[in-house]
Each structure stands twice: as structure tokens, then as C-alpha cells.
Design a protein around this ligand. Structure first.
Ligand code: ADP
Length: 496
């Protein structure tokens, strides 16, 4: 019996036992040599010190590299993936030192297409009857396909885990089997507390029938795409979600469960609600001046037909005022659609910002004589900006300051400049804005919802348009405010 067959380690141990039990393989040494040389996988041997003494034909064929310089380090370096080489060498030296089984996964270069394929490499020490290591025998098994599948699975798992959407797996009876971090964020349940529970825990009581309806579709192997509905969070709050549910099949094509991708569409639903409210208000705001103009035109018509010219000028003035309101409204609507389409263009020029501010303030004083508007504007600050758009922002901030200050009549405007930027701030001592609302007032169609605010007319688009204008100038618009004490809106324009 050749010493070669007395191997250590898991496999070697059982073979040695077999030999002890006299189940001796009826092959001679030459037969073994022929077998290992022609094995349909890589086989190698090393001496007790770990020096490679033999590799079979399969390795030479696989690498396409003949061994000229007997098993040199260079040869191994040329076939082992660079990142794996040092690790493999270290593990090999350690195994030899500890006289223990060597096991590693590394990539070996295939000569035919120059690709590196993952292999599971293992070697066992072979001991002689006195317990001395006489040599090492090893194999390299190509595990590339399963390794790639494993890597792909890990990548998929990482994608699922990092997704902001809730991704949930469930059985046909609704038992939850998988739950990603997105689902945790969306519904508030941790993985440990939800796995094994029924998905219906997320259904509001009045929507429980949806579960049966959804599963009927899934059982037929069909998917449900972007279905908008409502679910319940752990804390009992409702959340608007869009869900896509797809069947999960086993190897035989049988439906065994479903995967759900759920997205929080609360913000979108809220925006839609605000948009609807805006359309309602905008139509109303458009209709009011038109009705007024119509009435004045009729009165004017009558006065003219009776040659009564006394009040015509005043009627025409009133019509003009209403027409101005209409123009403002229509401009806002146009601006919103331009911003939405990314087409808000700026016509920049160099102009004196103090002059512009002085003009706007004078106009405002004229329009709102009961208000005391103070402004520190003095010397000429030149900016390169769109004059009309900056004027629009100024008018919006000052009219808001006036509109939302029904009791206090004081408005303070400051203009300041440093080397890089100019800051204009408009301060009022009106109703103020709560911290929570301050975060949202620059959103499209947003109007603060307090009792105070409800009494002021508006469409909730002025600040949105203003902030977009300032952003497009490379600047910022800011608010600081305290409920009941007033607000300060500032905008920063960079100086070129
Ligand atoms: P609108 O005034 O037409 O509603 P805006 O976009 O100009 O729209 O303002 C958005 C919201 O911000 C307003 O509805 C109001 O609640 C709040 N707001 C704006 N300016 C002020 C201010 N100076 N003081 C208090 N609240 C303000």
C-alpha cells in the first residue's frame, strides 16, 4: 500500500480508516499515476516542505502554460489573480507550518480566454506509517459559476437592503418571510418582530378585502403594478403607498408567494391635494377680477351711451386695477409652468440694486400708505442679475410682509454687502411662521395651515417662484421667524 494514500484531514481520515478495515483498492502505483495525470480536474502534489513537485495535465491544459522553469514563484504568479496571490501564499506557508489542511478560494487564469475563474483549492498532508508527513496532495475545483451566482446574490441582497422602497417577501397565506430596511423605515416594524406575522397587519381595517383580491391575482401568476393604496404603520398612522406585487415561483413554475415593492407616496399625494386646492383657488382668483371688469364695462357702457362722462376715468382706473391683478396671476401661472419645464430664463445685466430697491420701496409706500416701510439703502451696489426677476422677488417679499402683518405696520428692509455677496432682508412684525412651516413654505402650492393664515388670500406660489429665481442666480433665500412675533426673509445674491 503506497504511503501516498495515508491522508490527514476530513476526507483523508475516512480513507485511512477504510484501509485499516482492509477495503484495499486493487490498483498499483502506476495505475494511480495514470489516474491522477488524467483526472478531469486540477491535481497537484508538494513535498513535506510545501515545494510543488507535481501538477497534472489538467492544470497545464487549463492554464495553457508549460512548466519550463520548474514550479517557479513566477509561474504561480502568472496564473493566480494578483489580489489572491499573496493571500494564497501566506495560507500555504501557514498550512505547511501547522501541518494542517490547506483550504482557500482563489482565481486562476484560464489560458483559452485569459479569464480568471474562482477555484476552491485544498491540500491534505499525507503521512507515512510513522506519522511523518511524506507529501501533500491537493485539488483545485472550479467553483466560478456558483461563486458568481453567490456574488450576484450578495449584490442583489445589498441592492434590496439599501433600497429606500420597502421590499417584502410573503407566502401565499400572507406570512411575511423577508423584510428589508426600506420596509422597516416605511412601516416602523423591525425585521425580528415582523417575520412570521401576516402581511394583513399593514392593512387598514376597511381595506382588509384587498389582501384576498391581490392574492387571487398573484395565484394566477399575474403581477399588480403601481397600485395606489393606504397602509398602517406600527404607530397606527396611515401612509399612502404605491405597491407593485409580483408572484414568486418555485423550480416547477408553481406560485409559492409574492414579493411586494412598496413606495411612500405621501408627499406626492399631498402635492396633488395642494395642486387641486391651487387650481380651485386660482380659478376663483381669475374669475373675481373678470366678473368685476365685466360689471364696470357694463356701467361704463351705460354711462357712455348716456354721455355721462363724470365717472368714466374712475371706472377705467378700476378696470385697470383688476387687469393688473389678472396679469399678475397669469404671470405666476406661466412662471410655475416654466419652472416645472426647466425653462425659467434669466436676462442678466449689470444694474444698480439700490436704485431698484428704492423704486420698489417707493411704489410700496405709495400703494400701502398706512405702512411704515424703512429701508437702509444708500450707496450704489452693482449686481449682474435679471432686474425684472429680482424686482419680482422684492415685491413678493414686501407684499407678503404687509399681507401677513395685519396689526403691526412696520416693515424694515436692509441691504448689506461684502466682498462676495449682497444680502437683502425684509423684516415684519406680523403673524410669524412656526418652525415646522418654515421648512415647507418654499414648496410649490404650500400655504401654512393655521387659523391665522386661513384669513389671508393667496395661492402659495410666490415664495416658490422667488426661491427658484434666486437659486437660478446662484443665491439662496432664507427665513427666520417666530410664531406671533414676525418674520425675516433674506435673499443672497453672489457678486461676480
Ligand atoms: P401666498 O402668500 O400666496 O400664500 P407664498 O408662497 O408667498 O404664498 O407664501 C407661502 C406661505 O408662507 C403663505 O401661505 C404664508 O403661510 C407663509 N408666509 C409667507 N410670507 C410670510 C410672512 N411674511 N409672514 C408670515 N407668513 C408668511
Amino acid at each position: 500500500m503506497p504511503d501516498l494514500l495515508m491522508m490527514d484531514g476530513a476526507r483523508g481520515g475516512s480513507l485511512a480508516n477504510n484501509l485499516d478495515q482492509r477495503l484495499v483498492c486493487p490498483l498499483n502505483l502506476e495505475d494511480y499515476q495514470v489516474i491522477v495525470e488524467n483526472l478531469p480536474q486540477i491535481f497537484f502534489m508538494a513535498d513535506a516542505d510545501g515545494k510543488i513537485t507535481y501538477v497534472n495535465k489538467y492544470l497545464i491544459d487549463y492554464t495553457g502554460k508549460a512548466i519550463n522553469d520548474r514550479f517557479s514563484k513566477k509561474w504561480w504568479e502568472s496564473i493566480i489573480y494578483p489580489d489572491d496571490f499573496l493571500l494564497s501564499a501566506k495560507a500555504w506557508i501557514l498550512a505547511i507550518k501547522l501541518k494542517d489542511v490547506f483550504q482557500i478560494e482563489c482565481r486562476l487564469k484560464r489560458g483559452s480566454d485569459e479569464t480568471f475563474r474562482w477555484h476552491f483549492v485544498q491540500a491534505f498532508p499525507v503521512k507515512n506509517r510513522t506519522g511523518q508527513i511524506s507529501c501533500w496532495v491537493g485539488t483545485c475545483i472550479d467553483i466560478d459559476d456558483s461563486k458568481m451566482a453567490e456574488i450576484k446574490n450578495k449584490q442583489m441582497a445589498a441592492i434590496v437592503e439599501s433600497s429606500d422602497d420597502g421590499i417584502i417577501g410573503k407566502k401565499l397565506d400572507g406570512t411575511i418571510t423577508t423584510w428589508n430596511t426600506g420596509a422597516e423605515k416605511l412601516y416602523g416594524y423591525k425585521v425580528a418582530e415582523i417575520i412570521g406575522k401576516s402581511i394583513t397587519i399593514l392593512y387598514p381595517k376597511d381595506k382588509i378585502d384587498e389582501f384576498v383580491e391581490i392574492m387571487e391575482v398573484i395565484k394566477m401568476g399575474e403581477a399588480i403594478d403601481h397600485y395606489q393604496t393606504v397602509r398602517v404603520k406600527k404607530d397606527g398612522r396611515l401612509v399612502d403607498v404605491s405597491v407593485t406585487i409580483s408572484p414568486l415561483f418555485d423550480r416547477n413554475g408553481q406560485v409559492i408567494g409574492a414579493s411586494t415593492i412598496a413606495r411612500d407616496i405621501g408627499q406626492y399625494v399631498e402635492l396633488e391635494r395642494r395642486k387641486d386646492a391651487f387650481i380651485g383657488m386660482a380659478s376663483h382668483e381669475l374669475k373675481t377680477p373678470i366678473t368685476t371688469i365685466k360689471a364696470y364695462v357694463q356701467v361704463l357702457n351705460k354711462a357712455l351711451s348716456q354721455k355721462n362722462y363724470d365717472q368714466t376715468a374712475s371706472f377705467l382706473n378700476k378696470i385697470d386695477l383688476q387687469l393688473n391683478r389678472l396679469v399678475e396671476l397669469i404671470s405666476d401661472l406661466l412662471d410655475i409652468s416654466k419652472i416645472g419645464a426647466g425653462k425659467l430664463e434669466l436676462n442678466k445685466e449689470v444694474f444698480d440694486l439700490n436704485n431698484l430697491l428704492d423704486q420698489v420701496v417707493d411704489n410700496m409706500k405709495h400703494l400701502y400708505p398706512t405702512y411704515q416701510i424703512k429701508c437702509n439703502s444708500k450707496s450704489g451696489i452693482k449686481v449682474y442679475a435679471d432686474k425684472n426677476r429680482v424686482e419680482q422677488v422684492l415685491i413678493n417679499l414686501i407684499t407678503n410682509a404687509i399681507k401677513y402683518s395685519p396689526k403691526s405696520k412696520m416693515i424694515e428692509i436692509r441691504i448689506e454687502k461684502n466682498k462676495y455677496k449682497v444680502i437683502i432682508s425684509v423684516r415684519d412684525f406680523g403673524i410669524g411662521i412656526s418652525k415646522a412651516e418654515q421648512k415647507r413654505i418654499f414648496e410649490r402650492f404650500y400655504r401654512a395651515e393655521g387659523v391665522d393664515e386661513k384669513t389671508f388670500p393667496g395661492l402659495g406660489v410666490g415664495l416658490y417662484i422667488s426661491s427658484e429665481i434666486i437659486k437660478r442666480h446662484g443665491g439662496r433665500i432664507l427665513v427666520s421667524s417666530k410664531k406671533g412675533e414676525g418674520s425675516k426673509f433674506s435673499f443672497v445674491l453672489p457678486l461676480k
